[in-house]
Ligand binder design. Structure first.
Ligand code: HEC
Length: 177
């Protein structure tokens, strides 16, 4: 089955390219919410310092790979496999495109409810769950890669190695060092 790739972010990216906005770190990088403008110890950031993915010749960055696994452990029961959505909860691959990073983090940390006569829709608060909070950027960049259309469905076959900095941050967050 072919799926529609959301066209709007790609169009925006193209327009930004035309406008010629340049990041100090990478003169080629457009100033949008997707394109990686800089790398820091295996993590990628946009020109606005928001976490993002990097896929080069089919090799995904570590966080995107990790996010694939974490998403399917914690989120897919409600949000459907691969960020595609379900009858109960929205397609997060689209949310990662439309919500900004901070709004995304806020909903996952604090949850959100729409409970009334017509609806019974509950997004749990994950603020106390280290298996989510320690991997929030991973899940976010994975969903952004899906929403951008750059990451096909399925487990990413090739990935960058996990950097020491990512390993240290993970251990510190989980309290396992
Ligand atoms: C128990 C089911 C359930 C689980 C598990 C769950 N969610 Fe949700 N989530 C929902 C529902 C339902 C909504 C819609 C809430 C509303 O109507 O406001 C939602 C909404 C969201 C939104 C807002 C989407 C938007 O476009 O406004 C984000 C972001 C989100 N969830 C992220 C996550 C992440 C990340 C995980 C895994 C760590 C997760 N959710 C796990 C049920 C769930």
């Amino acid at each position: 089955m072919t799926r529609m790739i959301p066209a709007v972010p790609l169009i925006l990216a193209a327009l930004t390219l035309v406008a010629g906005a340049a990041a100090a770190e990478d003169a080629e990088a457009p100033k949008d919410n997707i394109t990686a403008a800089r790398e820091e110890n295996g993590r990628y950031y946009t020109a606005d310092d928001v976490p993002t993915f990097k896929i080069k010749d089919g090799t995904v960055d570590w966080l995107t790979y990790s996010g694939f696994r974490r998403y399917h452990a914690e989120c897919h029961v409600c949000h459907g496999p691969e960020g595609e959505g379900s009858s109960y909860a929205p397609a997060l691959k689209n949310s990662a495109m439309t919500l900004d990073y901070y709004a995304f983090v806020d909903v996952v940390t604090n949850g959100r409810k729409k409970v009334n006569v017509a609806e019974n829709s509950v997004m749990p608060a994950f603020g106390q769950n280290v298996n989510v909070m320690c991997y929030l950027d991973d899940i976010y960049v994975y969903l952004k890669a899906r929403g951008s259309g750059e990451l096909p469905r399925g487990r990413p076959a090739k990935k960058e190695p996990k950097s020491d900095a990512i390993r240290d941050a993970e251990n510190a967050c989980l309290g396992t060092n």
